[in-house]
Design a protein around this ligand. Structure first.
Ligand code: IPE
Ligand code: IPE
Ligand code: MG
Length: 265
């Protein structure tokens, strides 16, 4: 067992079921969605919030426990200043508008990423929302903002060294994983990227080690419950071997014995 009682996909064989427990999403394609309609790029971001609302609801209905979405990458600061500032405003407005509803629906809300570059009033809103929803257990929504996978790994290494000031070597995977920003969640089972690009763009580099990858051309503002079902359908056909052979899976149990079979029923 690894961090916070969750199974590490590299040290153990995680349990597998037909519904992913944790879905991680790169919500991409907002700008192109808007441009296709001769709208400013930022109109796509606004519509993206509506898509996220629908996907949260659909995940909850289907029994997914964790949804982690990429809202702003550490590299997105490279965008035109007007777009960055629109995104920050949108983040604030959406938080203001939605936090009560999230709470009423039993959703625990978290933001992961380096918040030090954000406006202090936004950081306060985020921390307040996290505190308000801290006791909720029905669903876990995590927004990655000013997040980068490399930043996170360096951050986790620094935390590990701080926690063990006298130790110089012999660190384990668990020592490092304890400092990752998603230490409260199992590793993602399913990774979805909308918008057609086939890359990870510095998202959850460590945690995606054995995630099933799903890429769709659908632009994020057009992604909803039906599109989510297609992704889950694809996930269900995957044989999650975690390094073992297919024969081992069908033989029963598989090498680790953690699951009856890697393929979903
Ligand atoms: C994703 O949509 C949202 C953010 C990165 C904030 P984009 O803004 O990247 O949309 P495209 O990829 O330009 O269409
Ligand atoms: C990734 O999308 C980040 C988010 C969706 C927040 P980008 O649109 O920024 O990714 P690249 O630049 O095309 O790789
Ligand atoms: Mg993009």
């Amino acid at each position: 067992m690894a961090k916070a009682g969750f199974t590490s996909s590299t040290r153990d064989i995680p349990a597998v079921s037909g519904i992913p427990s944790h879905i991680a999403v790169i919500m991409d394609g907002n700008g192109r969605w808007a441009r296709k309609r001769f709208l400013p790029r930022v109109a796509g971001h606004s519509r993206g919030v509506d898509a996220l609302r629908e996907v949260i609801r659909a995940c909850m209905d289907r029994g997914v426990a964790y949804l982690t979405v990429f809202a702003f990458s550490s590299e997105n600061w490279r965008r035109p200043v007007e777009e960055v500032s629109f995104l920050m405003q949108l983040f604030m407005k959406s938080l203001q508008k939605e936090v009560e509803r999230l709470h009423q629906n039993g959703i625990r809300f978290r933001v992961v990423g380096d918040l030090s570059r954000f406006d202090p009033s936004l950081v306060t809103m985020i921390r307040d929302a996290e505190t308000l929803t801290a006791g909720n257990t029905r669903f876990n929504l995590t927004v990655a903002a000013n997040y980068g996978g490399r930043w996170e790994i360096i951050d986790a290494v620094n935390k590990m060294l701080e926690r063990n000031p006298d130790k110089r070597s012999g660190f384990t995977e668990d020592d490092l994983a304890a400092g990752l920003s998603t230490h409260f969640a199992p590793e993602p089972d399913l990774f979805i990227r909308t918008g057609g690009e086939k890359r990870i763009s510095n998202f959850l580099l460590w945690q995606l080690a054995y995630a099933e990858l799903y890429f769709t051309d659908t632009l994020w503002p057009d992604f909803g419950a039906e599109a989510l079902d297609k992704a889950i359908e694809s996930y269900r056909t995957r044989e999650r071997r975690f390094g073992r052979t297919s024969e081992q899976l069908t033989e029963q149990g598989g090498a680790g014995g953690a699951t009856p079979a890697g393929r979903h029923a």
